[in-house]
Design a protein around this ligand. Structure first.
Ligand SMILES: Nc1ncnc2c1ncn2[C@@H]1O[C@H](COP(=O)(O)OP(=O)(O)OP(=O)(O)O)[C@@H](O)[C@H]1O
Ligand SMILES: CCCC(=O)O
Length: 354
């Protein structure tokens, strides 16, 4: 069973071909800034990215009709349960309209659908960014007009959670885990018996990350909004793309920050320690959600390659449960596995409803 996986990011589209579980090849197609700037909306980029994918397939000597299914990363849809969703026209329209906001991942469903339609095979998305399995008690923020919203690295977190459960000789449905995805953005989630029952919104809650500010003091933020110092767009950029590590140190690259720290830069040390401190605090909160019944704490994402970062977090949370480090992300594999589970009849494809 040959599967094509498509993962659109802000500046690149990753594609990979899988023969069942085995990855045959992976390619990162980089999209120059001047090409992307020509589009008003991110979803308008789909034809441009689709052409780039078709060119790459040609270079690889692959024909679309050789694939059994095409699977894309799912984006910021309406809140929905985790799983593999069949992409239909409604889901594609929703991905264009972006009810949860503009994000490159919205292109996953659109591109998968249009490519799959050409050769009459199914298109899927797996565990999209807007997976929402939160319990009612987790939805209240403290202000009725500002409910908490679940936006996270669900795809990688759920894939890693399944893997850790398997290593424990159990299924995802049989374990309780706190999973922290530590990337450009940070998601920390409590997974109770196969459901992600609480997670910080990786865009605007929780720990600060290499490029995002995370939770901010709300009254001070309101004052800043009305200070006349920034436009709405500038402030959103400074919180979502130029916050966190970048705002303090002028780099999103944690390796660079660590180099500075190792060269006796006290500010770099303070900021790195503070980021780890905030992640540890969030892990503590998510452990309370699980009432302390935590089988494992899992650290994943790009930052989990850093021994300093995993060490700093571990020394604060190891009293809760053993810590497992799974560095990097396995989004392409997770997409392929999600499609495979459906193609093999192990799971039913879900439908995204109106
Ligand atoms: N070996 C490493 N040691 C330390 N930090 C690393 C290492 N490799 C990557 N990073 C850091 O990880 C961060 C990026 O993580 P990752 O690649 O998971 O993010 P992303 O895919 O761009 O974003 P996201 O995970 O939010 O989708 C950067 O700050 C980068 O410097
Ligand atoms: C909003 C969470 C997903 C991401 O950061 O890409």
């Amino acid at each position: 069973m040959l599967i094509l996986a498509i993962n659109p990011g802000s500046t690149s589209t990753k594609i990979a071909s899988f023969q069942a579980e085995q990855c045959l090849w992976k390619v990162v197609i980089n999209h120059p800034d001047h090409d992307l700037r020509a589009f008003d909306k991110i979803s308008d980029q789909y034809r441009y990215r689709m052409d780039a994918i078709l060119t790459t397939l040609q270079e690889k000597g692959c024909r679309l009709d050789e694939f059994s299914a095409i699977v894309g990363r799912g984006g910021l849809l309406k809140p929905l349960s985790g799983g593999t969703y069949l992409v239909d026209e409604y889901l594609v329209n929703e991905s264009h309209n972006a009810p949860g906001g503009e994000h490159a991942s919205n292109l996953g469903a659109i591109i998968a659908y249009h490519l799959a339609r050409r050769v009459k095979i199914p298109a899927y998305i797996v565990d999209p960014v807007s997976v929402d399995e939160m319990e009612p008690v987790a939805r209240l923020s403290g202000h009725p007009e500002l409910p908490r919203i679940s936006l996270s690295h669900a795809l990688n977190m759920k894939a890693v959670a399944r893997k850790v459960a398997k290593d424990l000789g159990k299924t995802y449905q049989e374990v309780n885990l706190v999973v922290a995805h530590l990337g450009g953005g940070i998601s920390v989630a409590s997974h109770r018996r196969g459901k992600m029952i609480d997670v910080n919104n990786a865009n605007n809650e929780g720990p600060f990350s290499p490029e995002r500010s995370g939770t901010l003091p709300s009254a001070q933020l309101v004052k800043l909004c009305y200070s006349g110092k920034y436009t709405e767009k500038e402030l959103l950029t400074s919180i979502l793309k130029e916050g966190g590590l970048y705002a303090y140190l002028g780099t999103r690259d944690t390796r660079e920050a660590e180099r500075r720290m190792n060269n006796s830069d006290p500010q770099a040390r303070l900021v790195l320690e503070a980021m780890c401190y905030q992640v540890a605090k969030e892990i503590g909160a998510m452990s309370a959600v699980l009432m302390g019944e935590v089988d494992r704490i899992v650290l994943t994402g790009g930052l989990a390659y850093s021994e300093f970062i995993t060490g700093e977090i571990t020394r604060r949370v190891a009293f809760i449960a053993p810590v497992v480090v799974v560095p990097g992300e396995e989004e392409m594999e997770s997409l392929a596995l999600g499609a495979l589970r459906v193609l093999r009849g192990e799971e039913k494809a879900l439908t995204y409803n109106k």
